[in-house]
Design a protein around this ligand. Sequence first.
Ligand SMILES: [Mn+2]
Length: 355
Amino acid sequence: MAVFLLRDRARFARLLKGFPPGRKAQSYPLSACFNRKTVSEKIKIIEVKSEIGAGTRGASLGVEAMKIASLDLKSDFFRKQRTIEVEHVNELLFNSVEHVHAKFIDGVLIMEERVCLEVYEQLFDDFFPLVMAGDHSTAFGTIAGIKKMHPRKRLGVIWIDAHADIHSPYTTPSGNMHGMTLAMACAIDNLECQINEPKAETVDYWEQIKQVGVAGPKIRPEDIVYISVRDLEKPENYLINRYGISNITTDEVRQSGPAAAAERALKILTHCDLLYVSFDVDSMDSRISSGTGTPVPNGLSVQEARIINTTLAADPRLCGWEICEVNPTLDTENRMSENGFEILEATAGVISARL
Ligand SMILES: [Mn+2]
């Protein structure tokens, strides 16, 4: 006889009531209603092997490289952990660049929609979405999915990264969309610092991206806390000053210690109902490994990054966590994947212990 856990019954009741908007009926296998969940099964890994937002090739291989790292490190993490993959559109990379100030923005829009829907569906089913991504641009889809699930909640974002990722097509020097993620989330154009004239079709896609999930801004710029951001361009500095965005520097992490630095980030966001942490591995120092597309000196150590992430993971408001930009094609002996995986496993451990 089938034994239902309480949460399975709640799920069953929801299924009887109907499907959430935007969800295809066939994605609910009937057998799913009878799956028992244990504490360790409350996390759902969402794999997003997309790299169209990066300027260097190879970030889409980061997810598999971290799985290989887990095997080399003799971990059974991926044996226990349920995963789901979001289909990518990396084949667009074989085409020529049509949007010079927002490269492959047509594909980025598709990826943001897909990631948003997957994150929303996993949250709807009471899973904690733990995203393993390629390039950092799809983190906007994660943010949009959280906001779609909790439209009236105020969402704070802790962005652990060497870069501020708050350019727009109007200000970007590279056109790479992984540098625009937070501008998408805040729906910011930053026309005050405009240096580019994106063509009408690019602007049309950019406006559509702002509407992914729920219409308009998903977060407020003042609800972002940066950690270890150190490679900034003028238009990004302008926004950081204008909105008073906090940046906890590597030096501050070293002075106060990583746990205290993480606590400080949480304190700055006390007014937020929910939190999302986005961990770009280039936040770690370029000496640790070359295994990421845009390495920058004066970054975090692996130990500091691990303590920061695990400290943040203990906050009950955390409702999504992401790791991205591992690029094994640039690496030596898969070191970045091993470091990234160790941080992922430790963080997942803290999250599942409190769920
Ligand atoms: Mn980034």
